[in-house]
Design a protein around this ligand. Structure first.
Ligand code: ADP
Length: 403
C-alpha cells in the first residue's frame, strides 16, 4: 500500500510517498515559493538506496494545483519515477493544523469534515486555509482516493477540562472556544508510542513526558498513553521558550506594551511570535549559532540558553507533578535530537527525582532511538527522532483499513 503524505503551507507543499509494506520512503520533496515569480521544486527519489536521485527545478508555480501536479509528474516520470501511475496511491494523508474540538482522531475527509476544518479557520487563520488548499488539490488530482486529515491538535483532545480551561470568563470558552488545544500532537503521539515499544511496555499503561524541541517547542504529559496536558495552548505561543516565540509571559505585558510603548495589537502579536524567544534574547534563533556565540564569549547567547533550558526544567517538574509516576522522558526534534547541552541542562539537578542522564550516551546526536539514562535512573531518558510524515502515513493507513 502506497500512501502520499502532504503538508500544505501558505506558499509551500511538503510531500512524501511511502510504501507501507515496509514503511520505506519512495520519494520526498518540497515545492516552495508558490505564487512567486520563480518557484522551486526539490525532490529526492528512492532516498537512502543506491539509486537515490535528487532533482531541483526552478519554474513558475503560480498556485498549489500547479505545484502538486509538478510533484506528481516527478513521481510518475517514465524514466526516473517511483510509480507507474498515480492510481498506485492508495490514500493521501494531510497534515491539518487545527481540528478544534471537532476532531479527536484522524478522519476520512468528506464534505462535512471539510466544513468543520473551515469552521476552525478562526482558530488557525494562517494554517487551516493552506491545509484546505492542499486537500482540494489532492481531491482533484486523486479523484476517488481516500483523503485523510491528521490533526496536530487531535492527540491533545484527551486533556481534561481542569487542564484545558483558562481561568477567564467561561463565556469566552462557550462563545469563542478559547481553551488550550495544544499542537505538535502527531509528533508527541509518535515518540510516546515508539518509546513504549522500545521499553516493551503497553502504551495503554505507559506514562511519559515527551519534549519536542525544534523551532517550535512543546512538552506533553502522557498518562496511560493519552495526552493529559501540554505546554502549547490556544495558539502555538504558550509554554516553552522557542526559536522566535516567547512561550509563557505575564499576560499583562500586552497591556503594558500597548499603553507605554505605543504598539498596536498586530505589532504585539508579531513581537511575541517573531521577535521573541531565543531570537529576542540574543538575536539568534538557531541553537547551533547560539553555541558558537557562547564559545566566543557572547553573554546574551549564554542567557538565551539558560532561559530556555530553565523553562524546560520547570515544565518537566510541573508535568512530573501532573503524572505522579513517570516511566520515561523523551527528547525529539531538531534541538531535542541534536543538542546534548540542552538535554543535559534541561535535566540538571533532577537526580533526587530519579532522573539521571548517562553523560557518555548523551554526548551524541540522535540518529536512531537511543537510551540516554544511566542504569540507576528510575526514569528512562530517551532521544527518539520524530518522523511526522511516517506518523501521518501510519495514521492514514489505520483510518482507511478501519473504514
Ligand atoms: P521545525 O520546528 O522547523 O520542524 P526542527 O525540528 O527541524 O524545526 O528544528 C530546527 C532547529 O533545530 C534549528 O533551528 C536549530 O535550532 C536546531 N538544530 C538543528 N540541528 C542542530 C544541531 N546539530 N545542534 C543544535 N541544534 C540544532
Amino acid at each position: 500500500m502506497k500512501i502520499l503524505v502532504i503538508n500544505s503551507g501558505s506558499s509551500s507543499i511538503k510531500f512524501q510517498l511511502l510504501d507501507m509494506q515496509d514503511e520505506s520512503v519512495l520519494a520526498s520533496g518540497l515545492v516552495e515559493r508558490i505564487g512567486e515569480a520563480e518557484g522551486l521544486i526539490k525532490c529526492t527519489l528512492r532516498p537512502g538506496t543506491n539509486r537515490e536521485t535528487t532533482t531541483k527545478n526552478i519554474c513558475a508555480v503560480p498556485d498549489h494545483t500547479t505545484g502538486m501536479r509538478l510533484a506528481v509528474d516527478l513521481l510518475t516520470d517514465k524514466e526516473q519515477g517511483v510509480i507507474a501511475d498515480r492510481s498506485e496511491i492508495a490514500a493521501v494523508g494531510h497534515r491539518v493544523v487545527h481540528g478544534g474540538e471537532d476532531f479527536h482522531r484522524p478522519t476520512v475527509i468528506d464534505a462535512e469534515v471539510m466544513a468543520a476544518i473551515e469552521k476552525n479557520i478562526p482558530l488557525a487563520p494562517l494554517h487551516n486555509p493552506a491545509n484546505i488548499d492542499g486537500i482540494r488539490v489532492a481531491q482533484e488530482l486523486f479523484a476517488g482516493v481516500p483523503q485523510v486529515a491528521v490533526f496536530d491538535t487531535a492527540f491533545h483532545q484527551t486533556i481534561p477540562p481542569h487542564a484545558y480551561h483558562y481561568a477567564i470568563p467561561y463565556e469566552l470558552y462557550e462563545k469563542e472556544r478559547i481553551r488550550r488545544y495544544g499542537f505538535h500532537g502527531t509528533s508527541h503521539k509518535f515518540v510516546a508510542s515508539e518509546c513504549a515499544k522500545l521499553m516493551g511496555r503497553e502504551l495503554a499503561t505507559f506514562n511519559v513526558i515527551t519534549i519536542h524541541l525544534g523551532n517550535g517547542c512543546s512538552m506533553t504529559a502522557v498518562e496511560n498513553g493519552k495526552s493529559v496536558d501540554t505546554s502549547l495552548g490556544f495558539t502555538p505561543l504558550e509554554g516553552l521558550v522557542m526559536g522566535t516565540r516567547s512561550g509563557d509571559v505575564d499576560p499583562a505585558i500586552h497591556a503594558f506594551l500597548a499603553r507605554n510603548c505605543n504598539l498596536d495589537i498586530e505589532a504585539i502579536d508579531r513581537l511575541l511570535n517573531k521577535e521573541s524567544g531565543l531570537k529576542g534574547l540574543c538575536g539568534m534563533n538557531d541553537m547551533r549559532d547560539i553555541h558558537t556565540a557562547i564559545a566566543a564569549g557572547n553573554e546574551r547567547a549564554k542567557l538565551a540558553l539558560e532561559v530556555q533550558t530553565y523553562r524546560n526544567r520547570k515544565y518537566i517538574g510541573a508535568f512530573m507533578a501532573v503524572l505522579g509516576r513517570v516511566d520515561a522522558i523523551v527528547f525529539t526534534a531538531g534541538i531535542g535530537e541534536n543538542d546534548e547541552v540542552v538535554r543535559e541542562k534541561s535535566l540538571a539537578g533532577l537526580a533526587p527525582f530519579g532522573i539521571v542522564l548517562d553523560r557518555k550516551a548523551n554526548s551524541q546526536r540522535i540518529k536512531q532511538p537511543t537510551l540516554l539514562s544511566s542504569p540507576e535512573s528510575l526514569v528512562q531518558i530517551w532521544g527518539i527522532p520524530t518522523n511526522e510524515e511516517l506518523a501521518i502515513a501510519r495514521e492514514t493507513k489505520g483510518v482507511i483499513e478501519k473504514d
